[in-house]
Design a protein around this ligand. Sequence first.
Ligand code: VGL
Ligand code: ZN
Length: 204
Amino acid sequence: MTQALIIIDMQNDFCPGGNLAVPAGDTIIPTINLLVEQYEHTILTQDWHPRGHLSFASSHPGKVPYDTVKLDYGEQILWPDHCIQGTTGAQFHANLKTDTAELILRKGFRREIDSYSAFYENDQKTVTGLAGFLKEREIKTLYIAGLATDFCVHWSIVDGCRYGFEIYLIEDATAGINTNGSMDHAMTKMREAGASFISARHII
Ligand code: VGL
Ligand code: ZN
């Protein structure tokens, strides 16, 4: 059974000092680097927004980060500008071991649609192509690490389960933003979707 490690959005803007920093987001990097050595296949995702992206509060006059707006596909939380294509903030953290990654999947590059999940954009219709890639490679089991537990990790796991992949969240290789109860909500949704939770200690 072929398996892969998927590292979600381990980028400067999600680490301390970045524009949308996850508390202690960088502390999981040494664990992730040890995990990378254990897997034959590693995939990275990269949040990759154009300037003026509609998920940015700055694109909506009068709004501030963590407000919400109604977009064509439903409610969208507004974020500080982050992970803008080509900026330092969008680069992977310098300490992350990226050399062995077989695929870097970029998402969130359409100005009008945010994309938390590695599989579907937030309209729940536009696909990223990851499911097809994994299927063709006969990768059926996914181990998930990275940022942020309550957004991109959460939605990637829920959608991955929906596609029928066997999914493990490596709990000590992820960290969350936690706005408005989002952490508890995400844990419940991932569990309900059928994901398993494990510790990196059992892998490295
Ligand atoms: C993320 C909010 C906005 C994430 C990305 O990687 O979890 N969260 N864009
Ligand atoms: Zn984003």
